[in-house]
Design a protein around this ligand. Structure first.
Ligand SMILES: Cc1cc2nc3c(=O)[nH]c(=O)nc-3n(C[C@H](O)[C@H](O)[C@H](O)COP(=O)(O)OP(=O)(O)OC[C@H]3O[C@@H](n4cnc5c(N)ncnc54)[C@H](O)[C@@H]3O)c2cc1C
Ligand SMILES: Cc1cc2nc3c(=O)[nH]c(=O)nc-3n(C[C@H](O)[C@H](O)[C@H](O)COP(=O)(O)O)c2cc1C
Length: 783
């Protein structure tokens, strides 16, 4: 009999675990310990002392989980591990050290020995040298735990049910060892004539370190390693890193070059079979968490089985509880692995301190604040460096002792100097009368300016009546618009330290629709106006079909933009942003999904960019040279056949050459059937790439969630400004609150000066810096 659908038992007594790795053995230990009446058999193809690889790493937090789950295993691991706090970064001939990270390493063989003997002690039967395949018998298993690793046979056998996705990543790596004991977790970045090599290394026992060598596929091929045997690889690594290894040998153990497979499964359980560990999911070794995930799966599965007597329910509950946690970690691992795939982007371009900060915060899970808690000295160095750069860039003086957090440093765009790096994102209010902004807009934008942001952007403001999204959209096409906007601009300039920019747009095929709260992107029930776009493709199948623009339409739209920007200048705006994003008119030319033209405005990227660039050039010529221009881009359409990030880099490069000062990097909203990948900072990697590869300043937007996120993004060089939309709807004083929390004094308007001495927690306050000082010196807070 083979593994297959089995009846569900009310009580799980007979368990077969396939694979004798950490997931399987740890699950067997925890389950047998909780109920010795279970019969648990582990089947492993290898012999007990066969192991491949060298060491594994756990964070202090992971070890705490192990202590709670089984103190005996934890104690044995703790006796065997090497602990360290530091991370050393070898970069351009320097070694930068960051402390406070708390990791432990131990040999994989030692870990397996500990788990094997603990399992045996509890009465788990492990059958080594047993290959599980179609012919293996399972007569009585109530539960089959498929922990057969990254190449899982069970996953393959039941692929129809688990629906696995395997994403083979493009870098190459090899798992080596060395007798040199690295004093810290060590990253080495080293260039030779073939390219850039990355090393991830750590000591895991006396006289031994893990040494993982990684490079891009091109570098690997140029070095001839695609044809190398194990001994050639060892000789290559030993020669290249002779200095860092102090002449110690490099060791092999089935050290074959591989690509990393990111494994996901749509389902982790089928009938009485459950996938755990690498069989279910992998997380890149650069966050060192594969074994952690495997063992934490075991903890969660054991808990679910204890909570539910029915195996089917237990497995469903296990998956429901565990999946979000694993997916969050996989997202972090993905961002981390991409950093290592793209290290060439930063190497040699970033100064050492910023390179180190970028590396340490690469997964976006470690923020400026987390890092400060671990290594305050490093973060102070980063902040000082950042403040100095800001001071040079703006020609203003920025405090150096102590330096402000990066978000409170100034930033210059042409003659415009912003007091800080927080931007209120453009947000349609759908509350204008024939394009004229009113009291709502004054209060909406005015309160956010008083709230402390460095730059406040108007909502998408349309260059003609027919260019509006909805009847409630603001415009810049009638003389009274100048007066109405000037009232708002004057308020912002007169009553706050903020500057104000206007986002100019034409809605294209997404026009003539309802207000947000009446049905976003839904066509108006009545009073429609006719639409234009790059091609005659409706947004929804039932939306109005736009007319494909001819040259006359293009001239008209270009001139509308020019008229609007002249009016914006009269109204006193400090910056103008052109909307090339979210599927509106100019974006409809950029995306191959919405531009099917066969003239010189369709086809290649150069052609698709032709009309938007023509509008940009005309606006740039009409807008004062001292005032900056921004363009909001959708960096990807999140749809096959649509605009990709590489295209956005090309567009940004062209914009820079044509005098654009900054790109506001958004994404999507081109087509309704997009497949976006949302999550914290979901668009920041796009900004990072555009900033470095196109060589232009960027703003990042999209779920920038905290003050710490803003500081991290800026310090790592992922963007120059951070743009927040919904956070500002929730809290117009977001920046003021950020300032107070970080001990920065933002000047208050005269009308509000009394608040400077007010503490929301009650009692008098002498401002955040004074408050912090008094916390540090208990007893000094006087009357
Ligand atoms: C280069 C590299 C570095 C890594 N570094 C770290 C690190 O620092 N820290 C960390 O936590 N993780 C690290 N990992 C990941 C880690 O090795 C795995 O994530 C972890 O071992 C997963 O445990 P597992 O029990 O799911 O699978 P495995 O440890 O792979 O165990 C699966 C077992 O199943 C057996 N098996 C497979 N098929 C069959 C079959 N048909 N019949 C019988 N037996 C079978 C295999 O022999 C194996 O023993 C690294 C991985 C790589 C590739
Ligand atoms: C109510 C609302 C209106 C918006 N209007 C615009 C707009 O006019 N122009 C624009 O480019 N983006 C607009 N957006 C998108 C935001 O500017 C921003 O890119 C998006 O909300 C993601 O940022 P967040 O996660 O900080 O909210 C709008 C978003 C919201 C919530």
């Amino acid at each position: 009999m083979t593994i297959g659908p089995r009846p569900r038992y009310n009580r799980c007594v007979k368990i077969v675990a396939i694979g004798g790795g950490p997931a399987s053995l740890y699950f067997a230990i925890l389950t047998k310990k909780a109920d010795p009446s279970h019969e648990i058999v582990v089947l492993e193809r290898n012999r007990p002392d066969d192991t491949f690889g060298f060491g594994v790493v756990f964070s202090d937090a992971t070890l705490d989980n192990f202590r709670d789950a089984d103190p005996e295993t934890h104690a044995a691991i703790a006796r065997a591990f090497a602990h360290w706090d530091d991370i050393d970064i070898h970069y351009q001939g320097q070694v930068l050290t960051s402390t406070g990270h708390g990791f432990s390493g131990l040999s994989r063989q030692r870990l397996l020995d500990i788990l094997q003997s603990r399992a045996a002690e509890l009465g788990v039967v492990t059958r080594f040298s047993t290959e599980v395949d179609r012919a293996t018998a399972w007569e009585d298993a109530d539960l089959v735990v498929a922990a057969d690793g990254v190449n899982s046979w069970v996953r393959q056998r039941y692929a129809r049910h688990f629906r696995p996705q395997i994403d083979w990543r493009r870098n190459r790596f090899v798992w080596l060892g060395t007798t040199f004991v690295f004093p810290a977790f060590t990253f080495i970045f080293k260039e030779d004539e073939h390219g850039l090599w990355r090393v991830h290394a750590y000591g895991y026992e006396r006289g031994h370190s893990t040494f993982i060598l990684e490079s891009t596929e091109d570098t690997w091929r140029r070095a001839g390693l695609d044809e190398a045997g194990e001994d050639d690889t060892v000789a290559f690594a030993q020669a290249l890193f002779a200095r860092e290894l102090d002449g110690h040998p490099v060791l092999k153990n089935r050290s074959l070059w591989r690509s990393f497979p990111v494994i996901r499964n749509e389902r982790w359980h089928h009938d009485n079979i459950v996938l755990v560990g690498d069989a279910a999911h992998t997380a890149h070794f650069s966050i060192g968490s594969g074994t952690k995930l495997a063992m934490e799966d075991a903890i969660a599965l054991r808990r679910s089985l204890a909570d539910h007597r029915d195996v089917g329910r237990a497995l469903a509950a296990y998956e429901a509880e565990r999946r979000p946690e694993v997916e969050a970690l996989q997202r972090a691992a993905q961002t981390s692995l991409e950093w290592f795939e793209q290290t060439e982007r930063y190497h040699g371009r970033l100064e050492p301190v910023q390179f180190a900060f970028s590396l340490l915060t690469r997964s976006l899970r470690v923020s400026h604040d987390n890092l400060k808690a671990r290594d305050a000295k490093l973060v102070a160095t980063v902040d000082r460096w950042f403040a100095e750069k800001a001071s040079q860039q703006t020609g203003t003086s920025v405090a150096a002792a102590p330096p402000p957090p990066p978000m409170f440093t100034p930033f210059r765009l042409r003659s415009l100097v912003l007091a800080n790096r927080v931007v209120v994102s453009p947000m349609c209010q759908y509350s204008a009368e024939d394009g004229t902004p009113g009291d709502w807009h004054l209060v909406h934008l005015g309160s956010r300016a008083v709230g402390g942001a460095g730059l406040v952007m108007t909502e998408m403001t349309d260059v003609s009546r027919e260019g509006r999204i909805s009847p409630g959209c603001t415009g810049m096409y009638k003389p009274e618009h100048v007066t109405a906007w000037k009232r708002i601009v004057d308020f912002v300039h007169g009553c706050s330290a903020a500057r104000i920019g206007i986002q100019l747009a034409h809605a294209g095929r997404k026009g003539s629709t309802r207000r947000l709260w009446e049905g976003i992107d839904e066509p108006l029930a009545e009073g429609n106006w006719s639409l234009i776009s790059a091609s005659p493709i409706p947004y929804f199948p039932y939306s109005q079909v736009p007319r494909a623009m001819d040259r006359g339409d293009m001239d008209g739209v270009r001139d509308d933009f020019v008229r609007a920007v002249r009016m914006a200048d009269q109204a006193g705006f400090d910056l103008v942003e052109l909307h090339f994003a979210h599927g509106y008119l100019l974006a409809s030319f950029l995306s191959p999904l919405t531009n099917r033209r066969d003239d010189e405005y369709g086809g290649s990227m150069v052609n698709r960019l032709r009309f938007p660039l023509e509008v940009f050039n005309a606006v740039r010529a009409a807008w004062p040279a001292a005032k900056p221009m921004s363009v909001r881009l959708s960096a990807t359409d999140w749809k096959d056949g649509g605009l990709q990030l590489a295209d956005a880099v090309e567009i940004a490069r062209a914009l820079r050459v044509h005098g654009c000062d900054i790109v506001d990097v958004s994404a999507g909203n081109t087509v309704p059937d997009q497949a976006p990948a949302y999550g914290r900072l979901f668009q920041t990697p796009f900004s990072d790439r555009i900033r470095h590869e196109a060589g232009i300043a960027t703003m990042t937007v999209g779920a920038v969630a905290s003050y710490a996120d803003v500081n991290s993004i800026l310090a790592a060089g992922r963007a120059d400004l951070c743009v927040l939309a919904r956070a500002h709807l929730y809290d117009p004083y977001w920046t003021r609150h950020a300032a107070r929390e970080q001990g920065v004094d933002l000047p208050w308007p005269d009308q509000y000066v009394s608040v400077a001495g007010y503490s929301p927690r009650g009692g008098p306050s002498r401002g955040p810096q004074a408050e912090r000082a008094s916390e540090e010196r208990p007893g000094s807070a006087g009357a």
